[in-house]
Design a protein around this ligand. Sequence first.
Ligand code: ADP
Ligand code: MG
Length: 904
Amino acid sequence: MPGGKNSADTPVMRQYLAIKQAHPDAVVLFRMGDFYETFFEDAVRIAPVLGITLTTRDRTAPDPVPMAGVPYHALGGYLRTLVERGFKVAVCEQMETPEEARRRKGPNLVRREVVRVVTPGVRIDEEHLDEAAPNYLLAIAAGGGAYALAALDVSTAEFLVAHTTDRDLLRAKVVALAPAEVLVPSDLVEWVRSIFAGRSAPAIQPDPPAPGDEDLARVRTLAEESGTEALEPLEAAAAATALAYAAATQPGRSLLLHRLRRTDFRRAVVLDETSLRNLEVLANLRDGGRHGTLAWAVDRTKTAGGARMLRAWLAEPSTDLDVIAARLDAVEAFVAEPSVRRRVQSVLRDIRDLSRLAARARLDAIPPPQLAALRDSLAAVPRLAAILDELSARRTDGAGPVLLDIGEDRLDDLHARLAAMLVDAPPGSAKDGGVIRPGADEELDRQRALRDGGRKALSSIEARERGRTGIATLKVQHNRVFGYFIEVPKAHLAKVPDDYVRKQTLASVERYVTEELARHEADVLAAEARALVREKALLSELVAAVAAAGSRLCALADRLARVDVLAGFAEVAQDHGYVRPVLVEEPVLEVVEGRHPVVERLVEAGTFVPNDVCVRAGGVAAPDGAHARLWIVTGPNMGGKSTVMRQTAHIALLAHAGGFVPAARATVGLVDRIFTRVGASDDLARGESTFMVEMRETAQILAGAGRRSLVLLDELGRGTATYDGLAIAWAVAEHLHDQIGCRAMFATHYHELCALASRLPGAANVHVSVHESKGGIVFLHRLEPGPAERSYGIAVGRLAGLPPRVLARARRLLARFEAADAAGPQLDLFAAAPASLAGPDPSELRAFVERVAELDPDDLSPRMAFARLCELVEAAADLAGAGSDGGENPQEGGGSVGPGGGRI
Ligand code: ADP
Ligand code: MG
């Protein structure tokens, strides 16, 4: 490049700029020989992300162009990093070789084109995707107070829409779908960000291009073909937006579309965002992983499609009694025939991810080994069908559960074709041939025979020439530069005949060609090239056949995934003693000997204590507490309150998903929504324990819960000072009881709340029991009727190792407080602070300071440290509260983090 000239002003840079202009929002990886280069802003942005060197294209130019490149063979890894960091990447290839470009008439700049765009939400490559999770591109449309969303997973052809006027529902759905990328009008960007605040956030594309009429027509037709009721205009807009965006990433190819379904919020149990998270249905609270989640506990699927379907069922449990019954029937059939179930699962293990293979075939991105995997998977299908038929035959009515029918279309035709065409174990790439089986195609066989015959002829030349020349060390050889040649060691040069033409001289040998050799070589090369061309054509036809069968493959994949989930439910049921729940319309929830599906696996085997729960919407408490609408669960910290609440939610959820449940018996009345709220102290790890968040969530529950809902409130009101926390908890419990009347459980360490049960007919006290002895307390984890006798805080403190001095002091203080309480009716606690708390007692302050001073940070485990901190903050709150007029301090009442109110 001539110095002084702007380095951007060259033909190749002009070509680059034109391509970049067409993809302004993407990082363009521009193929130049063995590298993919980036320039300008792109280079500056990605160099640090990829840890590659940022250089310039022409150092001597006055205005050098920043540049950063990656070697072509390492594209996969770099692409993955960029996309995972939220970049959209356009891959621009050389569409011809430099030789081809030179031979071409006209400007001989190598032709380059963007062949695909990879974005977080539009990925199809195996190495980029988690096989057990979908990879959704989400589009949200809003207008006239209503919202619609469309979720498209191009890697599986999963496509669904939903619409609602309730933003909380929309939010819940967005969280459940866990999209990789969201297309959203710019005025909703902040809202979407807030949903994912602090958690693995998707890439967000504000104001995506509006879809064309063609896209709108396409999604409407697709919905119609899928038997989905006509799309709402907003739904069509969202679906078309997602489709247009995804389609634009695959120039010249068409995406696999199988069907478009609607999520009907009325036919699914809605788990709001907080509940999905708190119940650890799909991701745990600790690190967002799968360990310890409900999905982890019940997932025994053997295929990727099954794992994804299970996730979808858990995130969107059904409220359709027929749907649930059909699933339970199938699980029951497998439970009744464990050996059949095991055989089914062993065949399922041989089946690869059919829908993803189909989607890749459609985009012409399926390497030969994956075609072979498809062939082998399809070979397993008839075996599976035979086992399932056997299961039906054993049943008295001769018909198996409907959901275990994998249908008549088993893609036999496609399997036969793949089996006939492909070699057993094809190479990773088709570039050197060897993919198509001998005997599959006459023309290919002929060219291969010519090629092989020519090679043989060439080696016979060697023998003949040795005889003719008498040079025993003469060789016929081949290399890529000179093709075939005869090599003669220098010692024998005298014997070289005249018809040899010298081609190359090396240190110890001379290389020659002959006319005959050249002729044979041309034949071999021509046959080889023709064989390769033929082979590629056959392979394309094969891929096209798979692509054409895409929708049939997706349908089969769906049915196989269903069988997989159901067999998995049966396996867990058998291994862990789950039972078939009885689903009813009536809003009851009666669980006998229920267990927590996760905790029971994490504690020592056989030590988990089962518990009964019996609540009923609008119900009135029996003497033992059964059939109340509201259970107030008290008992010491670590007693098992949270566990029994969560297990109740898990059992309800699992029952609606169509699985068996960890209990001896369970009657589950349909639930429309499940709400759980976990108190600040349990949620600290996420750094979101502010009282404001707690109150906002509570407000959402009170606004969203109806009579059919299941509400589980755990330690409400902990995030503020004792008295206003207790007051709020009290008022919320009353509201749930009086206004909503739904099935509810309310766990609290405020044992003052127990007084509610005597005032509200539909509320009952239950408590987690402890055994108290001289040595301290033992948690029995057993739920029993009636209130907890006391809070046991000091006993727990002792168990945790508080120094005896502190314990003794605490006991004395407690006696004083209780004496003061006993002086007046308990409910008047809220009207005025007890006398004993009227002013900050200097001796108490001193005791507090001493308590802090006595702590030895080096001697505390993190867990103990946390427990101490909680106690200290509580004590400080009590002291500060006592300095004002109890809970009426406006600073606290406002929920701000004042000296008396705040928790961390
Ligand atoms: P709380 O909410 O009352 O403070 P948790 O429900 O968090 O108590 O339970 C504390 C611990 O006790 C759990 O982590 C678990 O190890 C154990 N636990 C709880 N319930 C049971 C049970 N039913 N059987 C056996 N162990 C239990
Ligand atoms: Mg708890």
